[in-house]
Each structure stands twice: as C-alpha cells, then as structure tokens.
Design a protein around this ligand. Structure first.
Ligand code: FDA
Length: 509
C-alpha cells in the first residue's frame, strides 16, 4: 500500500511540527535499520514474509508527546496505526495491515517499578511478562508474583488488554483482574489515567482488546502472594499407560481440586502412539501436594520422585522448558533468545466432560497426518477464582461453568506454502471434529488466542455492530455490546481499527 509522495512528506512534516524529538525515532522504508526494527518482535514468522504489506513508517517512541504526534498526524494523513508491544499477536495484527499504515512500537516503553511493600507495580506496555516476573521476584524475595501467561516473551500491552493468564489462574484469575490504574492516549491524542478516562473506558481496556480504544502506555497492577516453595511435575503417559483414561478423569477434577493446584495436560502424537503430558504447578510443598493428589487424582500415581520443589520464579523458568541448574538463572526471563517459528492457534471452551470415545476419534486425526505435521492440544483448567468473578466484571467473560479451555496449536520451521497449508488443515480438522464437545451459540473463543477464521470486520472500516457481533460475541459474549457503547463514546470515527476491532454504533448501518 503506497502513499503519494506529497502525503509522505506531509506526514513527516506534521510529525516534526508536533514533536522536536520524533525524528530520532522514525524509521522510513529507506532507513537501513527499517527491516530489522520491523522484524525484531514479530514472533510468528508467517508475518515476517516479504509478501506481507509493510508499514510506511515505524515509530519507536520514548516520550508520550511522540505517541500523541503519531496519532494526530496519522489521522490527518489517513494512515492507520498498528500498536505493537511484544509482537505476539497470533494473527500478526500488530505488524501487518492491508491499508496504508504505520507501526507505533512500544519497545522503549518497558519500565517496571515494583513497590513490594504496597504490593503494587507500574509496568509499561513494552515490557515482557518474563521481565515483569523477574523484577517482581527480585524485589519481593520471591514472595510476590503476577498472574500472567507462561511464555516470557509475551508483551504486557497486548496480554493485559486481552485478559492474560497462566498457571496462577485458578488461584488468582487473569492479569486484567488485577489492574487498578492505567495511562493511555486516546484517538484525540489526550493523555488519560483511570480518573480522566472514566470507569467505562477503564473497564474496556481490561480484556476488551487494547487496539480498539487507544494506545495504553502503562498499567498499575496489584501483586499477588506466592509461597516461598512451590512444587512442579511433568508426567508423560502414552496410550499404553492409560493416557485416555487419565485425561478423561482429569476433566472431572481439574477445575474442582484445591485452587493451589493447577494441572495442565498437553496431548500430542509421538510416533505410533499418543502422549498426554500432565504438567503441574502447586502453590506449596510436596508434603501437601501428595495427599491432595492421592485424594483427587490417584490414577496418575504421582510419587515424591516425580516432584520438584523450587521458588515460584524458578517454576516460571522450569515451565518454559529451561533446565534448572543449581543456582537458577532467572535472568533467562529477561533475555531475548526465544526461537521464532511459524505457527497458528485456535481456542475452545469446554463445559461438559468429553467422552473417552471422542478422544479416541481425535487420535485418528493425528495418525492420518503426514508425520512431519506437528500439532498439539493444550488443556488449561479453570474453576477456583475464575468461577467467583462475574462474567461482566471485565470484558473477558469466560468464568463459572467452564471446566477448561483448549488451545489447538501447530508450528513449523519450513517457510513453504505446503507446510503452512498442511499445518492449518490439520488444525481445522481438529477444530471441526471438536464441534459437538465444546461451547455452542456462540462457540466461545479467547481474544488473546486471536483467530481470524471466526470472523473479521470488512476492509472499508464501516463494519456494522451486527456484522462484528459474529466474532465479537465469541470473544466477549454479551460484554461485546458494552464494548460497542464505550467505542462509540471514545472513538466514534473508528480511528483505531483492525480486522477484529470493536466498531462504533453507526445509525446508518
Ligand atoms: P502484540 O504487540 O502483537 O499485540 C497484540 C494486540 O494488542 C495487537 O492487536 C496490538 O495492536 C494490540 N496492542 C499491543 N500493545 C498495545 C497497547 N499498548 N495499546 C493498545 N493496543 C495494543 N496468552 C495467555 O493468556 N497465556 C499464555 O500463556 C500465552 N502464551 C503465549 C505464547 C506464545 C508463544 C504466543 C505467541 C502467545 C501467547 N499468548 C498467551 C497470547 C498472548 O497473550 C497474546 O498474543 C497477546 O496479545 C500478546 O501481546 P503482545 O503485546 O506480545 O502482542
């Protein structure tokens, strides 16, 4: 998507009039660093391909005034803004667009200040959840934490604004449940805090997806307690070791056991069998865990030897598959050395246990695949705190009644169309097969596992509320309509938009 040369010049002129410092943080397509800045945080290699539309400019601001300038001048030049924090959007919406656009990349807004005594922190959107985990542990002698996702490279900006959860969800709910203030810039370029944005907008940015409402710069969060010792285990079971029976039983206990216990199975094919890997975090020592498991899930046969005790921050490192050495180097969480891949994900929610025979039918789909096709299902238990919070407390609506969520995930390293198509076909087959066993009317989904297959806005930007409700009700249930109301109040011209942004109410449609 090109821009007439005079508009190109006008945009740059407008920026320099608005901000003295911005010229140092603009990357035009002619800049030698443009390509590396563009690709730096695109996590999914699908969206680094040369065939994708590229932004006309990338801005990596250090100051609020530079963000305000970017908004005002983009509006004037008819450019769209894609905001990027950690670049983990599953559909790449922070880095690509079909219409002329710029990226505002918050990589330089990554400060974290922890007040361990008050049990609060301010964290800027460009920080990663790994950096946040690390700083909280460091400042609190491992006694405080925050309920974020497990992958350390995920950015705070996208993660918090879509909900955000990890192994602490049964005990504490989602990240967005613990946000008590925020700083953002709206479509008019105004700097707002909780008081000045008002409770409706503050409600919307905690789970309703950030990019519909403005650019969120930083978040004030309330930290949660973790014990000095936690216990982890990861037990693989093949079909010959009763994986199906165990997975079936897991469905009956996973959302009901003590909220300190989180057991999350991963199901995948290994040669001629299926493996169910039962991974777990327990907020306490092994002496408390063993009787709890004996009472609720004796079939797994957990023994003391299967368990490892460690600090919470060590468990974050462990869950990510890094080896725990004698002195755990949690620095690993602030390093940027995660391998980028091609991937696609989809999500479902499950209310009633899935019958054993249905799992067996699912395995057949894995066996039918070309063995080079790699996919897995991650089962994520709900219950506990999640069942105590009402569906409308924040826009993230998936609460009581959900036993677990399912993440369908495929990844590949080969850049060919064939590999991409093969993996996407596999996910679609699994997803279609599961239709009878998951939520219906709507078949609910999680915005942070963004999936454009469930519906999109039209490219003209005049999508009606009814059209958008096709995908919107899957992510937000009835909260979708309150999000439309907030959008209509704060951005009636629909400046901040993308393929799945909340549309304002339009009387003509
Ligand atoms: P990115 O920068 O791509 O932003 C995502 C979306 O939010 C984009 O639409 C973007 O424009 C918008 N946005 C970003 N910053 C914004 C800001 N400051 N203001 C307004 N809008 C903004 N989720 C989960 O809940 N638990 C988990 O364990 C994981 N694990 C996980 C692992 C991996 C490898 C991936 C790729 C993804 C996850 N996720 C996840 C999903 C993750 O929470 C989701 O993709 C987040 O939106 C990523 O946030 P980023 O800031 O990294 O993405």
């Amino acid at each position: 998507a090109a821009l007439a040369p005079e508009n190109h010049e006008n945009f740059l002129k407008c920026l320099s009039l608005q901000s003295d410092t911005i010229s140092k943080v603009i990357y035009t397509q002619n800049n030698s660093s443009y390509s590396s800045v563009l690709k730096s945080s695109i996590q999914n290699l699908v969206f680094s391909a040369p065939t994708n539309q590229k932004p006309l400019f990338i801005i990596t601001p250090f100051h609020v005034s530079e963000i305000q300038a970017a908004i005002k001048c983009s509006k004037k030049s008819g450019l769209q803004i894609r905001v990027r924090s950690g670049g983990h959007d599953l559909e790449g919406l922070s880095s690509i667009s079909d219409v002329p656009f710029i990226i505002v990349d918050l990589i330089n807004f990554s400060e974290i200040s922890v007040d361990a005594e008050a049990k609060t922190a301010w964290v800027q959107s460009g920080a990663t959840v790994g950096q946040l985990n690390y700083r909280i542990a460091e400042k609190s002698q491992n006694l405080l934490a925050f309920p974020v996702g497990t992958c350390p490279g995920v950015g705070v900006g996208g993660h918090f604004s879509g909900g955000g959860y990890g192994a602490l969800l049964r005990k504490y709910g989602v990240a967005a449940d613990h946000i008590v203030d925020a700083h953002m810039i709206d479509a008019k370029g105004r700097f707002l805090n909780r008081e000045s944005m008002g409770e409706d907008l503050f409600w919307a940015i905690r789970g309703g997806g950030g990019p519909s409402f403005g650019i969120i710069i930083s978040w004030k969060i309330e930290l949660v307690d973790v014990p000095s010792t936690v216990t982890v285990f990861a037990i693989p079971r093949t079909l010959e070791q009763n994986a199906t029976k165990l997975l079936h039983k897991w469905q009956y206990i996973a959302d009901r056991v003590h909220e300190d216990l989180f057991i999350s199975p991963f199901l995948y094919r290994a040669n001629s069998t299926m493996v169910c890997l039962f991974t777990s975090l327990f907020l306490g020592g092994v002496d408390r865990l063993l009787p709890l498991m004996q009472e609720s899930f004796p079939e797994l046969g957990l023994t003391q030897e299967d368990c490892r005790e460690m600090s919470f921050i060590e468990s974050v490192v462990y869950i990510n598959g890094f080896e725990i050495r004698e002195s755990v180097n949690a620095n690993i969480l602030i390093d940027d050395r995660f391998i980028k891949r091609f991937f696609k994900g989809k999500a479902d929610y499950v209310i009633e246990p899935i019958p054993k025979e249905a799992f067996e039918g699912l395995y057949d789909l894995f066996y039918e695949e070309d063995p080079r096709t790699y996919g897995l299902l991650v089962f994520f238990p709900y219950g506990g705190k999640m069942s105590e919070i009402s569906e409308s407390e924040i826009p993230f609506p998936h609460r009581a009644g959900n036993r677990y969520t399912l993440l369908y995930y495929a990844e590949w390293q080969d850049a060919t169309n064939e590999a991409s198509q093969r993996h996407k076909n596999m996910l679609n087959k699994l997803f279609n097969y599961m239709n009878p066993y998951v939520t219906k009317n709507p078949r609910t989904a999680y915005i942070n596992y963004r999936d454009l297959d469930i519906g999109t806005n039209n490219k003209l930007g005049d999508t009606s509320v009814q059209e958008a409700s096709v995908w919107g009700k899957k992510y937000f249930k009835n909260n979708f309509y309150r999000l439309v109301h907030v959008k209509t109040m704060v951005d009636p011209e629909n400046f901040f938009r993308n393929e799945q942004s909340i549309p304002p109410f339009n009387l003509l449609k």
